[in-house]
Design a protein. Structure first.
Lengths: 339, 336
């Protein structure tokens, strides 16, 4: 097995592999990966793994310097992505034993690259939903944490989906429609409104919010209208809420949404989601995904009321040595005021 | 939610609820829990969690002083991988109901174990089928993901055979050609399997005689209708076999499969193939090759049957952050 860092000439092959894999996401596309690099300043290493001349996986990595320490990420922090990780070719057609041995071999190559060739002290890989097996990471020395996103299977049909929603959601949607709340298609001009609302919310919760405007605008330019869509909720011409969705590989992702609105007793977010679900069904896209980690029970409650299914994904971390691991554990312990 | 403790008079109802739940297992059966209690010298707390007199969960725990008071589900050294709660109707609940019910159950159980009983440590290993570990995490548990292997029997033996690794098919055919035969085992065969295992446990530094009494008690007294013994014979001599518990839905590869001394013949591959066919003939849905996914060495032996993976979780909670932090540092230093 051999690995190489892909260059511009590999772009088409890379995107074809991502497109053909059921766990390939829009975030894995060549264009998105380069937007992340430009925005975050982390260096992208788009690794491709070959068995002979046959490509078997693509594995995007980002290397970041923190003083003298190098760290590898997939995806890097603060780029509005939950997961990324490897995309395997023909994964679903492989027999179980083949899948395991392939993943183990690929991970070994990648780890050698990260730790020996680049000299990283730490790596964090967050694999995409659809890769159900996290053991190859564990066997390679990673600490693995299960996380969960929500997917609604639209093959149930809109009536069944509607019946499955919590009663309160159905009432909220009806009420919002009755009171004249409208859902309109947004444009690039609505990006600042959505990001500003998100930023305020983060700051209220005590987080440092980054400025994502140039990044999201860049992505909008590349992915709209086919893969990116903006929804805006208005009442009497006033913007109340908004959401940016992504469509790729049979999944419609609720990517960025305006948090809870206190300016009205109506629920514009419920109506926006309902509209997006309807559109997912109409377009024949199989899944509607409410991107989620499952970490925060508060956001989970908002999302689970549409009665989606959970899909597991994994966050895996590894250190080059015990000293780093102990230092990091101490840091986490102290920062969480746990001692 | 409220908690009451089940006693032997509740056994029938307990087993009925376990049998009706897709994530209820043969290991949750009352008779098994009682024998595991004896085996592990712990105290069984069979919790019934109710809300307005309706049963929301069955939650068996084994409590032990070691030297701190600890609660386990299942107990260590009971030859059980997982146990945990059985939540009636879980599979048909809406997502938000699943989350709120499981969370409320866990909160009630934790209060009982930590505040009422005074446990300092809890380890719960939930059964496959409870795919969501977040209620455990939200309740303060550290959660580890583990895997077992399951073969879906719905397509029947022919389709399953075609999906096997090619070398496995060759090995099975060779065992048949060489005259290995598989039959339902007797009491003597249990002894053979246990003594072979004893040898292997001995090699690994464990005392297997501890388990013989337990396994015999399970097969003969407690759950004789839920066990099938498969024995491989070659020239009238036993050369392999396994002791398999089963429910209406699943046959488990649980204990047995001692390494064969026969050169070039794999009697245990044939044992497994015959067991798969038997499980199909009984209308079962799954054949489970029990595993934790922790040991890479055992991977190929199990994966060659081309099973599916099924997730289960090991969840640990400490009554104080002091214990938790100490254990975490200890684990890093030990390199695990």
């Amino acid at each position: 097995m051999e690995i190489k860092c892909a260059d511009r000439e590999d772009k088409e092959l890379w995107n074809r592999i991502v497109q053909n894999s059921p766990h390939g996401t829009i975030f894995h596309t060549w264009e998105w990966l380069h937007c992340i690099e430009a925005y975050t300043g982390s260096r992208l290493y788009p690794m491709m793994v070959f068995n002979g001349t046959e490509p078997v996986a693509v594995y995007p990595l980002y290397i970041r310097h923190f003083g003298p320490v190098k760290m590898a990420f997939s995806p890097p922090p603060r780029c509005l992505l939950l997961y990324l990780g490897p995309v395997f070719c023909g994964w679903d057609e492989l027999k179980q034993e083949k899948r395991e041995s392939l993943y183990i071999k690929i991970q070994k190559e990648i780890d050698t690259f990260i730790f020996s060739d680049i000299g990283c002290s730490y790596v964090r890989i967050r694999t995409a939903p659809g890769i159900y097996d996290s053991r190859p990471l564990k066997w390679s020395g990673y600490s693995v944490e299960p996380l969960y996103t929500y997917r609604l299977d639209t093959c149930r049909g809109i009536e069944v989906i509607q019946e499955g929603c919590d009663r309160k959601v159905r009432a909220n949607v009806r009420k919002a429609q009755k009171e004249g709340l409208m859902i309109e298609d947004g444009t690039e001009q609505d990006i600042p409104f959505i990001l500003e609302s998100l930023k305020k919310r983060y700051e209220q919760q005590g987080f440092v919010a980054s400025d994502y405007e140039s990044y999201v605008r860049d992505l909008y330019e590349k992915f709209s209208p086919d893969h990116m869509h903006i929804y805006i909720a208005t009442l009497n011409g006033m913007k109340l809420s908004g959401m940016i969705t992504l469509t790729y590989n049979n999944v419609n992702y609720m990517w960025l949404g305006v948090p809870k609105n206190t300016r009205t007793n109506l629920s514009p977010n419920d109506l926006i989601q309902w509209e997006a679900i309807n559109r997912t069904v109409l377009n024949g896209t199989r899944y509607y995904e409410e991107l989620e980690t499952g970490d925060d029970p508060r956001t989970v409650r908002f999302k689970s009321k549409f009665n989606p299914e959970i899909v597991v994904w994994f966050s895996a971390t590894k250190y080059s040595g015990t000293a780093y691991q102990i230092a990091d554990t101490l840091r986490q312990g102290i920062s969480a005021h746990r001692l | 939610m409220d908690i009451t403790l089940a006693d032997d008079t509740f056994a029938e109802k307990w087993n009925e609820i376990v049998a009706q739940s897709p994530h209820g297992t043969v290991f949750h059966r009352w008779e098994w829990l009682r024998l595991a209690e004896q085996q592990t010298a712990s105290t069984l707390y069979s919790l019934i969690v109710t809300k307005n007199d309706e049963i929301k969960a069955l939650y068996p725990f084994f409590v032990k002083r070691n030297p701190l008071l600890m609660a386990f589900s299942p107990a260590p050294r009971s030859l059980l991988l997982y146990l945990g709660p059985v939540i009636p109707g879980y599979e048909t609940m809406k997502q938000s109901k699943k989350e709120s019910t499981f969370s409320e159950i866990q909160e009630t159980v934790d209060t009982y174990l930590c505040s009422d009983l005074g446990c300092k440590y809890i380890r719960i290993r939930t059964a496959p089928g409870l795919e969501d570990s977040r209620p455990m995490r939200w309740a303060g548990y550290d959660t580890e993901v583990l895997y077992t292997y399951r073969i879906n029997l719905s397509d029947g033996p022919d389709a399953i055979w075609k999906r096997f690794d090619r070398k496995l098919r060759v090995d099975i055919n060779r065992a048949i050609r060489e005259g290995v035969s598989i039959s339902e085992g007797t009491e003597e065969d249990i002894e053979y399997i246990l003594s072979s295992l004893a040898r292997r446990y001995g090699e690994q530094g464990e005392n297997a005689s501890d388990y013989s009494t337990y396994i015999n008690a399970l097969c003969h007294h407690g759950l004789s209708d839920n066990f099938r013994i498969f024995t491989a014979k070659y020239r009238d001599e036993p050369v392999g076999g396994m002791i398999s518990p089963y429910s209406d839905r699943i046959l488990y590869v649980w204990t047995g499969i001692p390494k064969s001394d026969l050169k070039g013949i794999s009697p245990n591959d044939l044992v497994q193939w015959e067991a798969i066919k038997w499980a199909c003939s009984q209308g079962m849905s799954w054949y489970e090759i029990m595993d934790a996914g922790a040991n890479e060495r055992l991977r190929f032996f199990k994966a060659k049957y081309n099973p599916e993976l099924s997730i289960w979780y090991s969840c640990v909670k400490y009554s104080s952050e002091f214990y938790r932090f100490g254990e975490k540092c200890g684990r890093i230093i030990r390199g695990r």
